[in-house]
Design a protein around this ligand. Structure first.
Ligand code: ZN
Length: 60
């Protein structure tokens, strides 16, 4: 049984996802990020959410 975690981008609680830089990303957000071009402002949103989550992990 896999442990569920809270997605760093959409805050969804799920066991379907991956860890990127020790930040959890649900399957939906991972797929969305893969489909989003780097020049899209939405891509920057994903990066921001992940770096925020990553930073808060270091602090705590
Ligand atoms: Zn998500």
């Amino acid at each position: 049984m896999r442990e569920s975690a809270c997605c760093s981008v959409c805050s969804k609680q799920t066991s379907e996802g991956i860890y990127v830089l020790s930040v959890f990303l649900c399957h939906d957000c991972e797929q969305e990020m893969v489909r989003t071009p780097v020049e899209d402002p939405k891509y920057q949103f994903f990066v921001d959410q992940m770096s925020k989550a990553h930073r808060s992990m270091i602090v705590s």
